[in-house]
Design a protein around this ligand. Sequence first.
Ligand code: 13P
Length: 254
Amino acid sequence: MRQPLIAGNWKMNGSKASADALLRGVVAGSGGVSKSEIAVCVPFPYLYLGEQLLVGSAVRLGGQNLCTESGGAFTGEVSGSMLADFGCTYVICGHSERREYYGEDEASIALKLTRAIESGLTPILCVGETLRQREAGETEAVIAGQVDGVVDRIGIDAFAGIEIAYEPVWAIGTGLTATPEQAQAVHAFIRSRIAEKSASIAKKVRILYGGSMKPGNAAELLAQTDIDGGLIGGASLNADDFLAICLAGEQTAA
Ligand code: 13P
């Protein structure tokens, strides 16, 4: 049985004051969550705050991106070892916003995954199709390309230390959510793709769903066989909503 992971992706939101309040709120409510793992992926400037406020709690810290290089003259970049230094457990890699706005592709994402693992971090690899691709019947081909493009570069064994998030681009921040059946079908497809290379890793790898997951729809999504958690954007900016999703994860955990 895979332990559910509910991870917040704050994206580029917040201020020092709001980050402080949100971190305190999540920590305060996290005591009621024992069967799921909780994480918050905060903007870089709030990592230090996160490290301070999450200490002693079960809430884990994550970054939202890292550099393809391990260090040196790369102005404006942040390395995996810096994230680890601030107590991060997780780092999001290949989010669709980074693919779309910053030109990330399988080659750069594979490098980021490698740097993350070298730094002792657990990357959360995001994959997902656009609405146009879904309507053209290309969902499985797109996801297969995104998964294989990384597996072929870094090898299947690396997936023993990677989480995957299926985030249909058309469901991100739109209020549109994949139905539990739509999401389950893609999650099962991703797992089968991994299983073609390693049945044992496919059994263990966690596949999170992301895309307008909210307290009202989390339970039925998380109840699906191959949905092992959530990567939460908008709803993670409100401690009560985020914790309500974490509690929904509790119901489905063993
Ligand atoms: P929303 O939950 O705001 O749709 O964002 C999902 C997401 O992109 C998480 O990484």
